[in-house]
Design a protein around this ligand. Structure first.
Ligand code: C5P
Length: 212
């Protein structure tokens, strides 16, 4: 499996990151969470007092490794900001070479939205990970601590709020003109609604072995 690139795309909170990291560890390949790149660009804009919807090309071109190691890259503000900077062709162009070099150096598993369609259209294995909006919201809620003292109705409300945020971000990602979120023609769909992380990894490893 030397220098093989595996593309893992899909909507927010579908389980791509969990799968991609586990796949990389199992196969001994480097792993890159490309969402972090867009999150770090959004963070730089916010820190500079700028609106992430404004031209973020310079912020993307000046990104450093330190920016990716920051701990405040997963706030709701950065979620929204990342989607705004990610819609800009200049930002995507500025981040393209880094992603390609990362993959070409030693092979890699990369997760994102456009890995199979734009960054590595020739990747021999492309997975598109999906789950229903409710399941994705529920998982995100559990990940964030899940407030165990809520009653069933409050729990539903909290999850519904997250579902609305995820839906807004997915809609923006899927309808933008540049590199919209969509499965590559040759991507294999994995629906994680009824599969736990181990089962998803087993499925993906079986597909990888079939294809390589
Ligand atoms: O995957 P994650 O939720 O961290 O990504 C944050 C945002 O970055 C996404 O909503 C999307 O707008 C953008 N993104 C992208 N292309 C990628 C990875 C992330 O447009 N390859």
């Amino acid at each position: 499996l030397r220098r093989v690139v595996i593309a893992v795309d899909g909507p927010a909170a579908a389980g791509k990151g969990t799968l991609a990291a586990a796949l990389a560890a199992s196969l001994g390949l480097p792993y890159l969470d490309t969402g972090l790149l867009y999150r770090a660009v959004a963070r730089r804009m916010l820190d500079a007092g700028l609106d992430p919807a404004d031209d973020a090309t310079e912020a993307a071109a000046g990104l450093t490794a330190d920016d990716l190691l920051r701990r405040d890259l997963r706030t709701p503000e950065v979620d929204r900001g990342a989607s705004r900077v990610a819609a800009q062709p200049g930002v995507r162009a500025a981040l393209l070479a880094f992603q390609r070099q990362f993959g070409h150096a030693n092979g890699a598993v990369l997760d994102g939205r456009d890995i199979g369609t734009v960054i590595f259209p020739d990747a021999p294995v492309k997975l598109f990970v999906t789950a229903s909006a409710w399941r994705r919201a529920e998982r995100r809620w559990l990940q964030s601590g899940g407030a165990p003292d809520l009653d069933a109705g409050q729990r539903r409300q909290a999850i519904a709020r997250i579902e609305a945020e995820l839906a807004a971000r997915d809609a923006a990602d899927a309808t933008r003109a540049t590199a919209p979120l969509r499965p590559a023609a040759d991507a294999i769909l994995i629906d994680t609604d009824d599969l736990d992380a181990d089962a998803v990894l087993a499925r993906a490893l079986a597909l990888v072995r079939e294809r390589l």
